[in-house]
Design a protein around this ligand. Structure first.
Ligand SMILES: CC(C)(COP(=O)(O)OP(=O)(O)OC[C@H]1O[C@@H](n2cnc3c(N)ncnc32)[C@H](O)[C@@H]1OP(=O)(O)O)[C@@H](O)C(=O)NCCC(=O)NCCS
Length: 336
């Protein structure tokens, strides 16, 4: 039996489509305004994928190559792929195997698909961490990648949801830590299925007699539905709760956090959480202004930019936290 060990993030990278879509561009489509979007969400622009160029799997691969490069590893070093997305390339198979193919991985490593929406990356990180801790795998690739823009209602009816979401990808490589005390200290996962329909894409659901006909008859259910106010209400409770849970388990205080990387749900939610935790501006990272909410991609995309911008240093205490559809919520505390 291998002794339990810590995993650490040996490499990280992100990719976003090149097409920038400003709030001004949405105004004539959705009868919305730059002022409304910025005031309610903080979002100024987001990225939309380019058909024929970007796919959920190849965006993940672009992010993964950067993470592998930073870790000094080759694609065939990967022993497990964990792929978090709510916008897979196909209904099935999951995007994990497509990412494996895209990266040219030929070692037949397992590819696991995670379906936990905005919390998907932190869930995936936790799964990967368990495999590294137990010694089953040494090199795990965890990605979050999303294409929302192809599935949004871009008419005025969809504006309450469609202004929020954007496309992007982020990836990390987990390896066993060789430095005492370095790495993922703990992860914390939760869900509450009674709110499953509060943020949902209902179709193509399987529990209808004639699934295909049902989709044709209920096209509106192919678009995301969100009870925005209820999502907001729960998010501002669950984020601080799950951050505190992580701190408590490790005998730490909010003041010990050097960088909080919250899921980029909405800048107002992040500001509320920051205030509640008593964190200064330099200890909370936000890039929702430029990318919108990229669900499973948002945490690794934000973490990757924070690292790239030199905002996280070796030895820093980094807290990842997420909340989203399910409802699901999660956190991870990392000694960088
Ligand atoms: C979505 C959200 C920004 C909406 O803000 P809100 O203040 O709750 O707005 P409401 O839905 O009550 O709508 C208020 C008004 O704005 C209008 N509106 C909605 N979307 C709009 C848009 N994009 N542009 C302009 N007006 C809009 C509504 O039609 C409504 O008009 P009415 O008062 O004439 O009926 C807010 O609820 C929110 O941020 N929720 C959390 C969402 C989130 O974080 N989701 C991701 C979780 S992972």
């Amino acid at each position: 039996m291998t002794a339990l060990r810590h995993s650490f993030i040996a490499g990280i990278g992100h990719y976003v489509p090149s097409r920038v879509v400003t709030n001004a561009e949405l105004e004539p489509l959705m009868n919305t305004s730059d002022a409304w979007i910025q005031e309610r969400t903080g979002i100024q622009e987001r990225r939309w994928f380019e058909e024929g160029k970007d796919t959920t799997a190849n965006m993940a691969a672009n992010a993964a190559r950067k993470a592998l490069n930073m870790a000094g590893l080759a694609p065939n070093d990967v022993q497990l792929i964990v792929f978090a997305t709510l916008s897979p390339d196909y209904f099935f198979p999951g995007s994990g195997v497509l990412l494996q193919r895209e990266l040219g991985i030929t070692n037949n490593c397992p590819a696991l698909d995670v379906r936990n929406q905005c919390s998907g990356f932190v869930y995936g990180l936790s799964v990967a961490d368990q495999f590294v801790r137990t010694g089953m795998y040494d090199t795990v690739l965890v990605v979050g990648s999303e294409i929302h823009s192809s599935g949004l209602d871009k008419s005025p009816e969809g504006r309450g949801v469609s202004v929020i979401f954007g496309d992007g990808a982020g990836a990390v490589i987990l390896r066993p830590s060789t430095i005492e005390g370095q790495g993922i200290l703990s992860t914390h996962l939760h869900s509450q299925g009674e709110y499953a329909e509060e943020l949902i894409v209902k179709e193509p659901g399987s529990n209808r007699d004639n699934r295909v006909q049902n989709i044709l008859d209920n096209k509106a259910d192919l678009y995301p539905y969100m009870n925005g106010q209820n999502v907001f209400k729960h998010a501002v409770v669950r984020f601080p709760q799950v951050i505190k849970e992580a701190l408590d388990q490790n005998g730490m205080q909010p003041a010990d956090i050097d960088m909080l990387i919250p899921h980029q749900a909405n800048l107002r939610i992040t500001q509320y959480v920051q205030h509640k935790m008593g964190l200064s501006d330099d200890k909370v990272f936000s890039n929702i202004q430029r990318y919108g909410n990229t669900t499973a991609a948002s945490v690794p995309l934000a973490l990757s930019e924070a690292v790239q911008e030199g905002k996280i240093k070796r030895g820093d205490l980094v807290c990842l936290a997420a909340f989203g559809s399910g409802f699901t919520w999660a956190s991870a505390l990392i000694k960088w």
